[in-house]
Design a protein around this ligand. Sequence first.
Ligand code: AMP
Ligand code: ZN
Length: 301
Amino acid sequence: MHSTASDGTDAPEALAVIAKRAGLAAIALTDHDTTAGLEACAAACKNAGVAFVPGIEVSADPSAVLTSAPQPETEPIRYGTLHILGYFVRHDDPGLEQIQREMTEAREQRNPAIVDKLRKLGMRIEYEEVLEVAREQGASVIGRPHIAQVLIQKGYVKSVQDAFARYIGQGAAAYVRRDRLDPRRAIDAIHGAGGLAVLAHPVQLKCPDLDHLEHFCTKLRDMGLDGMETRHSDHTAAQVARFEQIAQKLGLLTTGGSDYHGSRKSVSMGGQQVPMSVYEALASRVGQPGAAAASVKSRPA
Ligand code: AMP
Ligand code: ZN
């Protein structure tokens, strides 16, 4: 899930309370490109009696995975989003902090460029207004959802979805590509911080078909990927089943989550029924003490 440290709308401390109320046994905080919310969320989870997985979600460059397409004669594939989750990372690992600095710089270049494009499209929007929205929420990482919020406040769009579809989503009029990390570096940095690297929401990669996805995941596994997020709010039951087959074939762990962003998205916390065995498998892989003793009374998300 995400907190106000990136583009969620609940503070890291609040997530623990909401999780407890929802009957969850374990949660993972995986803010975009930042570990800033982890210490506060860990402390609140301890108070609430919810097991906590300190995480991060790193954006990486999908075009750096396959050096040749499965059918070399075809056009280069236009992928969607490659996000790599790090589970059980040390929040203050210097290597992971270096990655976070680079990602912040990439955002600091891209975000004002998006605002410039919006202005050229005739909208009265200042970058300072985006910074103000992010500041009010205590965000460490500023993203397109904050820009979307300003567009909503000014009446240019009806919703975040509308903002992405019309202006700031991939391929839309004010879209600006951000420099993204080589996936090898993302995986290595997560491992360097003691964590497990997991492919987030594979459906968002927009691979042309499942064979392509399998090929893609094989390459990521060869770079050190540990697992695949098979259960996710964007996946249909049929997709979950197919992704689990691929993960099993490739020897990858399977994980799941709601990808809760607070009021920014319509998914509810705990919306994915993820068995506690998923948490236990991750925790035991990293040698986390107490993993086997974790309660099975309720479910993680
Ligand atoms: P950024 O990190 O600035 O590139 O923005 C990515 C964030 O925008 C992620 O949290 C996504 O969940 C969100 N996002 C991406 N596409 C859409 C969309 N079409 N509608 C709503 N939110 C989106
Ligand atoms: Zn993601």
